[in-house]
Write a protein that binds this ligand. Structure first.
Ligand SMILES: [Zn+2]
Length: 237
């Protein structure tokens, strides 16, 4: 039976920092661990948005398509959706939203999934550009990346809040992706203003990390925690 009290994460955000971009889990396997979530594809090829059992890729050319079962991902987080909070939101900036949600739903020290469906007066996303081996570092790979904007867009925000203690294993704080209802705009969320929407929050007692222990590059890497923290703040915010 599907467990709804656990985030399943494949890989770590930290492994992307030195450029370990090879896909190490298939989309098919990932979707057995959750029906909503976020990630990136093999070669850091775009941004992954998983909604209601369907995984989508937003590419650097601005196109969005559904991901095939055999495509692979170096990093992804998923969960089975069963929100414990559902609340209407209207006329809220990103900053006001983040402050309100952390306070109202006591997120500071917990893992939570955030999903917001509705109309956004403004959305700004970015999409990581596809890399070829030998891979550059995450900061180099994302130094120039396309950004996309929309006004009066209908769509869904999906992602997570994680305690700052877990920065490196994942992104400490909010990590949100967006997909418009017409699939014309997607990516890693850089900014948004909510017009009218429904917020769903799901708190998790469990954070499960699944590591690519058969991947030679992963086994050989010597991670530098300070570099990882700085790179996540540069590349993921
Ligand atoms: Zn992201």
């Amino acid at each position: 039976m599907a467990t709804t009290d656990t985030i399943f994460q494949h890989g770590t955000l930290g492994l992307l920092v030195p450029g370990l971009f090879d896909g190490t889990i298939t989309a098919k396997e990932l979707l057995t661990h959750g029906d909503n979530g976020i990630g990136t594809l093999n070669g850091l090829d775009g941004e992954v948005i998983i909604l209601d059992g369907h995984a989508y890729q937003a590419r650097e050319d601005g196109q969005v398509s559904e991901i095939g079962p055999d495509e692979s991902l170096p990093f992804a987080s998923v969960h089975f959706q069963k929100p414990d909070v559902s609340a209407p939101l209207s006329q809220l900036s990103q900053a006001a939203f983040e402050e309100k949600v952390v306070a109202d739903y006591r997120l500071t020290n917990v893992f939570a999934a955030i999903r917001i469906d509705g109309t956004f007066s403004y959305v700004k996303t970015r999409v990581a550009p596809r890399q070829q081996p030998p891979y550059k570092t995450l900061v180099e790979a994302t130094a120039t990346q396309p950004e996309f904007e929309g006004h009066a867009v209908q769509g869904s925000i999906i992602g997570y809040y994680a305690p700052h203690l877990f920065q490196g294993a994942t992104v400490g704080g909010f990590h949100l992706h967006f997909l418009s209802a017409d699939h014309q705009l997607g990516g890693h969320l850089l900014g948004f203003d909510i017009d009218q929407a429904t917020l769903k929050v799901q708190h998790f007692a469990n954070f499960k990390v699944h590591l690519p222990i058969d991947n030679e590059a992963y086994l050989q890497e010597r991670f530098d925690n300070a570099a990882i923290d700085s790179a996540i703040n540069k590349a993921e915010r």
